[in-house]
Ligand binder design. Structure first.
Ligand code: NI
Length: 255
């Protein structure tokens, strides 16, 4: 299958240290036309930019993930702003809130999320949002600032999805739709109009069935596309084509 636009990946992860170049070079022949590589702190955001310089099908998102917020010392905003102005950077991400792990105190998570949404709006960039068990606070900040963007690996209800869609944002779905207990993401998939859906890996995590437990990469996206096609009464090819167009629209790319 062609037209695979992976809207959320972490090829900087150490899981790819052994064979990163070999794997990335193999992706285009497996149908991958584009990848957004998301940073989670300053170092991985720089790594994302370096990947985008080395591979024509990769673009970078730069941002501070809630897990990394507490460890981010000093004023990170000037450095992040400089990276966001790089022509290879297309989004602020990934940013957000994670009340499942709470690796950073919540007041710090909230401050970083808010500061980075404000920065994205100032620079006219979309945000890539991580929301884990923090639906209410996430939605409140999105409603307050109305950034362009996507809530990735969407884990809220179909009702919450409708709220996000009302704000003009996109919904990102991936490997989780193939899991046995996937009732909720599939209800969300049905609720999302075709022009607001993005597909993603979040690799090396979230590997779809039947490869769960293995390392994920963008070439596995058709397994999620097949499941999405079933609930949306279309073909996997059509899912890949529409998600490619949607990602191009949101990120201002031409893949
Ligand atoms: Ni991620």
């Amino acid at each position: 299958m062609a037209d695979i636009y992976d809207s959320h990946a972490h090829y900087n992860d150490e899981a790819f240290d052994e064979d990163r170049a070999e794997l990335l070079n193999s992706l285009p022949e497996k149908g991958v036309c584009a990848v957004i590589n998301c940073g989670t702190d300053i170092a991985t955001s720089e790594f994302s930019l370096a990947l985008a310089r080395d591979y024509s099908f990769i673009r970078a998102a730069c941002g501070i993930h809630p897990h990394e917020a507490a460890a981010c010392k000093g004023d990170y905003l000037p450095k992040l702003t400089e990276m966001l102005k790089d022509e290879k950077c297309v989004a602020v991400g990934e940013i957000g809130l994670d009340y499942h792990y709470d690796f950073s105190p919540r007041d710090i998570q909230l401050r970083f999320f808010e500061e980075q949404i404000i920065l994205a709006n100032k620079l006219g960039l979309p945000v890539i949002v991580h929301d884990r068990e923090s639906h209410e606070d996430t939605l409140n900040l999105l409603k307050k600032y109305k950034p362009k963007g996507v809530v990735h690996c969407f884990s809220g209800s179909a009702e919450m999805a409708k709220e996000v869609l009302k704000l003009g944002m996109y919904i990102g779905l991936g490997g989780a739709v193939t899991f046995k207990n996937a009732r909720r993401p599939l209800e969300v998939a049905v609720a999302v109009p075709n022009d607001r859906l993005l597909i993603e890996t979040d690799c090396p995590y979230m590997t779809p069935v039947p490869f769960r437990g293995r390392r994920n990469d963008s070439s596995f996206i058709p397994y999620a596309a097949e499941v999405l096609a079933q609930v949306k009464n279309t073909s996997a090819e059509a899912i890949l084509e529409m998600t490619r167009q949607n990602a191009n629209t949101l990120f201002g790319t031409e893949y």
